[in-house]
Design a binder for this molecule. Structure first.
Ligand code: LRH
Length: 470
C-alpha cells in the first residue's frame, strides 16, 4: 500500500501489490512461506517505487509468530503457523514452572494456546532451538532482511507472553523461569523509531532510493488498525474484524486483575503507551474456512449470494460459541459447526445460507459479550462501536453487531491497518500530530457507514444465554 498525504492534509491509500499468504503443511507441521512473503514485499516495494516518491517504509503483520536466527543471522527453518497443533497441552505442562496466574500478572495477556511463550516451550529439543541466538517476530524478520537491523517492535512484542505489560519491557522473570536465554530477544523499538535503512541490494532490487528509511510502526496489525479507528469522541469500543475479531477498548493503563484474567482479556500495547484491552474472538476465519471447504467440495462459495441467503435465513436457528477450540485449526468448518450443534442439542444448519447466518449471529453474540465485559472490567461507558477491517464490508455482520450490542456501529475503514501503519510513519516525519489528529484524518477521508440497533434486546439476550454468553 502506498499512502499519500496531500499538502491540504488529506490521506489517500493506493494498493500497488496484493498477494496471498498461503500456509504450507509440511510433514512436521504447518508453516508460513516467509521467503515467498519477503519476495512479495520486494515486489510491492518495486511497484511503490514506480508509483511514488517513497520517503519511508513500515511493516506490520499478524502477531505471535517468529523466526529464529543462528549466530550468523541465518533463518533457522520456516516459521511455524500459530494454528499448528504443536502447542497442544504445552500450557498445562508449564503450569508447574510458571503458573498461569503468575504469568498473567506479569504479561496481562489473554491465554491463547499459540502465544509465543507456549510456542517456544514447544520448540523443546528441536535442533533449531539449540542453534537459535535471536528471535524475530514476523515484521521484525522482514525488517531485518530489508535493513540488516535487528530489533523487536513493542506492540508486537506485547503479544508474546514474554513482555511485562506494566514495565513495557521484556520480562526477565518469565524468560529466566522458562529457561529462555535473555539474549534471544533483541532490544525493543517503539512505533515511530527509525528501524534502519534499506540495504543497498534491496534498494537496487526495488528501485527505491538507497538509504530509504524503514520506520517502526505499530507492527502488530491490530495495533495499527486501532490507530486508524475513526473515533472523534471518547466512549468508543472497537472491533478490528478480519481473520480474527479483536474486540475491546483503548485504555491509558493495563487492567490486570483476577476478573480480567478469568474473562481472558488481553492488555496488548498500542501507540504512545496506550493499552489495547481486548479479547480475541475467532472472527471471520469461521466463514473463510467454511467457504474454502465448500469450494473444495464443488459447492457454491461466492460470498455475495451466500450473504443474501443468510440475510433471508431464519434468525437464531443454530448458534455456536465462536471461541470453541474445535474451530481453531484449519479444516472442514461446516462439519465442525454441525458437530458443535449435535453436542449442544441443536439441529445443525443445513442450507448454506443457514450456516453463514449461524456464523455471523454467533460472531455478533461474541462481540456483544466481549464489549460488555470490557466496559465492565475497565469501568467505562461505551456509546459507539467502531468496526474496522475487512469485516466492515460485511453489512449483515455490521447490522447484527449493532443489534446484538444495542449500540450504533460505525463501519470502516476496511484498510484500517494500512492506514494506521502509514499514519505512524507520517507522524515520525512531522506530517501529522497526535492520535486524535490521525483519527480525525481517517474520519474525514474514509467512507464510513452507520448502523443503528433495532432494539431486540430480549431476543439477543436469550440467544446469548443459549451459548453461555452474556
Ligand atoms: C490479527 C492478529 C491478532 C492475533 C492473531 C495471531 O491478524 O494479529 O491480533 O492475535 O492475528
Amino acid at each position: 500500500m502506498v499512502g499519500r498525504l496531500s499538502a491540504a492534509g488529506g490521506l489517500r491509500l493506493t494498493e500497488v501489490h496484493r498477494f496471498a499468504n498461503r500456509p504450507v503443511r509440511l510433514p512436521d507441521g504447518l508453516r508460513w512461506d516467509v521467503l515467498g512473503l519477503y519476495g512479495d514485499v520486494l515486489e510491492g516495494l518495486a511497484q511503490a517505487a514506480r508509483s511514488a516518491r517513497v520517503v519511508s517504509v513500515g511493516i506490520d503483520s499478524w502477531a505471535v509468530d517468529y523466526g529464529l536466527l543462528d549466530a550468523s543471522g541465518r533463518l533457522l527453518g520456516n516459521p511455524y503457523h500459530y494454528r499448528d497443533t504443536r502447542t497442544e497441552g504445552v500450557a498445562d505442562r508449564l503450569e508447574r514452572v510458571l503458573p498461569a496466574k503468575e504469568l498473567y500478572g506479569i504479561t496481562g495477556l489473554q491465554h491463547l494456546p499459540f502465544n509465543t511463550v507456549f510456542q517456544l516451550a514447544a520448540e523443546g529439543s528441536s535442533p533449531q532451538w539449540s542453534l537459535a541466538r535471536t528471535l524475530l517476530m514476523i515484521p521484525d524478520l522482514l525488517t531485518y532482511w530489508l535493513t540488516g537491523s535487528v530489533g523487536a517492535e513493542a506492540t508486537n512484542a506485547s503479544t508474546t507472553g514474554l513482555f511485562d505489560a506494566r514495565e513495557a519491557a521484556w520480562s526477565n522473570t518469565v524468560l529466566d523461569r522458562l529457561g529462555i536465554p535473555r539474549g534471544l530477544l533483541p532490544p525493543l523499538r517503539f512505533p515511530g523509531d527509525r528501524a534502519g535503512t534499506l540495504r543497498p541490494e534491496v534498494a537496487e532490487a526495488t528501485g527505491l532510493p538507497g538509504g530509504t528509511p524503514v520506520t517502526a510502526v505499530a507492527s502488530h496489525d491490530t495495533a495499527s488498525a486501532v490507530v486508524a479507528v475513526p473515533a472523534t469522541q471518547d466512549g468508543f469500543a472497537y472491533v478490528s474484524c478480519g481473520t480474527w475479531s479483536l474486540a475491546g477498548l483503548e485504555l491509558g493503563a493495563p487492567v490486570i486483575d483476577e476478573r480480567a484474567r478469568a474473562a481472558n482479556f488481553t492488555n496488548e500495547r498500542g501507540i504512545d503507551g496506550s493499552i489495547r484491552f481486548l479479547r480475541n474472538i475467532m472472527g471471520l476465519w469461521l466463514l473463510t474456512e467454511t467457504l474454502r471447504t465448500w469450494r473444495s467440495q464443488g459447492l457454491p462459495s461466492e460470498l455475495g449470494p451466500l450473504l443474501d441467503e443468510a440475510a433471508a435465513a431464519e434468525p437464531f436457528a443454530a448458534l455456536v460459541d465462536p471461541d470453541d477450540p474445535s474451530f481453531l485449526p484449519p479444516g472442514d468448518m461446516p462439519a465442525r459447526i454441525a458437530a458443535y450443534c449435535a453436542r449442544t442439542g441443536q439441529r445443525a444448519p443445513r442450507e448454506q445460507g443457514a450456516v453463514v447466518r449461524c456464523i455471523l449471529e454467533s460472531l455478533a453474540l461474541a462481540h456483544r459479550a466481549t464489549l460488555r465485559t470490557a466496559a465492565e472490567l475497565a469501568g467505562r461507558d461505551v456509546r459507539v462501536v467502531h468496526l474496522v477491517g475487512g469485516g466492515s464490508r460485511n453489512e449483515l455482520l455490521c447490522r447484527l453487531t449493532a443489534d446484538a450490542t444495542g449500540l450504533p456501529v460505525v463501519a470502516g475503514p476496511t484498510e484500517a491497518t494500512a492506514l494506521g501503519n502509514v499514519l505512524v510513519q507520517a507522524r515520525a516525519y512531522g506530517l501529522v500530530g497526535d492520535v486524535h489528529e490521525m483519527r480525525a484524518l481517517v474520519a474525514a477521508g474514509e467512507p464510513l457507514r452507520r448502523y443503528e440497533p433495532s432494539g431486540k434486546e430480549s431476543a439477543w439476550a436469550a440467544a446469548a444465554a443459549r451459548v453461555g454468553l452474556r
